[in-house]
Design a protein. Structure first.
Length: 83
């Protein structure tokens, strides 16, 4: 199983805080996960295909495509602004 988390405005836009994908339900890579979840609807596609979307794998921010493994946690964040 992997856990997929959504934070801040993404949580609200998707009306989803967390997904749990069991063995056989999740794809092999982060990019395939984005593609799979994008098929859930227009809002999902918009969030997951936005080049500004931040991604963390096991609490480490990444822009690379990594292989997913049992027990992984993937988190999606909207762009962060400072001030």
């Amino acid at each position: 199983m992997i856990n997929v988390l959504f934070f801040a405005s993404y949580r609200e836009k998707l009306d989803c805080e967390k997904l749990q994908l069991g063995s056989g339900e999740y794809p092999k890579t982060l990019s395939e996960l984005r593609e799979q979840l994008s098929k859930k609807g227009d809002d999902w596609c918009e969030v997951l295909n936005d080049s500004r979307t931040l991604v963390a794998l096991n609490q480490t921010m990444t822009r690379k495509d990594f292989e997913l493994n049992e027990g992984d946690e993937v988190a999606f964040f909207p762009p962060v602004t400072g001030g």
